[in-house]
Write a protein that binds this ligand. Structure first.
Ligand SMILES: Nc1ncnc2c1ncn2[C@@H]1O[C@H](COP(=O)(O)OP(=O)(O)OP(=O)(O)O)[C@@H](O)[C@H]1O
Ligand SMILES: [Mg+2]
Length: 239
């Protein structure tokens, strides 16, 4: 792994929709191979931050550095090709396309080298259920399976940095466990950095190397899982 591979560094980000600024002065770091969690109540700007990192929202202020370069004004497409994988909140797969077609779309975002090699076998190892359902329509899968497909589609391009926005939201417990195991295996492989938006404090603190808590668009607490006290986090997460 190159030293800066997957490294993300946000400094003083300000972003929002039209005139309404959501994020204020957000600075955050993800080191190569790390799992970093972003927590916070509903509506505080977690998804807005993920979209800004992916380039879907243009920041008014601040910088986004990725893999040692300034990506602040690069297109989402260039970010994807440079190895940023994005799993949006709410599993937006293509319901009319088969599982395999959905996965092939993930390849479109990949570097030329990965595209040529096709869907990596490692994706099916992580999600065996998808291999069994390759020719089924995405829309016929259960909600949890669609979420797995959405994550698999991002993994197909072999990203160096994976952005996961609430992958466990509204999913049946058995599949939650499967997805947690996949995130753990990604962490063990150490080939990919992960920025995970997660509401479960238990899972977040068990998996994360470092956590940030966002409130009203600003980072209000941060620390490694053992230094960031549960009380501190709970205070900001409580409604
Ligand atoms: N497309 C949009 N246009 C205008 N405002 C938006 C848009 N999307 C989100 N917002 C507003 O931005 C704020 C932050 O929303 P965001 O989706 O980033 O929060 P979140 O922390 O991801 O919430 P949740 O936990 O519910 O997913 C909210 O007040 C929301 O209403
Ligand atoms: Mg959100």
């Amino acid at each position: 792994m190159i030293e800066a591979d997957g490294k993300l560094e946000l400094t003083g980000l300000e972003a929002g929709y039209g005139e309404s600024m959501i994020l204020r002065d957000v600075s955050l770091k993800v080191e190569p191979g790390q799992v970093v969690c972003l927590m916070g109540r509903n509506g505080v700007g977690k998804t807005t931050l993920m979209k800004t990192i992916m380039g879907l929202i243009k920041p008014k202020k601040g910088t986004i550095r990725y893999a040692g370069h300034d990506y602040t004004s690069r297109s989402p497409d260039r970010r994807a090709r440079a190895g940023i994988g994005y799993v949006p909140q709410g599993r937006d797969i293509f319901p009319q396309l088969t599982v395999e077609q959905n996965l092939l779309l993930g390849l479109e975002a990949a570097s030329a080298k990965v595209r040529k090699a096709g869907i990596p076998e490692s994706v099916y190892e992580k999600f065996p259920v998808l291999k069994e359902m390759l020719y089924r329509k995405g829309g016929d899968l259960s909600g949890g399976q669609q979420q797995q497909l959405s994550i698999a589609r991002a993994l197909v391009s072999e990203p160096k940095l994976l952005l996961l926005d609430e992958p466990m939201e509204g999913i049946q417990p058995s599949i939650v466990l499967d997805i947690e195991r996949v995130i753990e295996s990604i962490k063990d492989d150490k080939q990919m950095a992960v920025l995970l938006v997660e509401q479960s404090l238990t899972f977040a603190t068990s998996i994360a190397d470092y956590c940030y808590v966002l409130d009203k668009g600003t980072i209000v607490a941060e620390g490694s899982s053992d230094t960031l006290s549960e009380e501190q986090v709970r205070r900001h997460l409580a409604v």
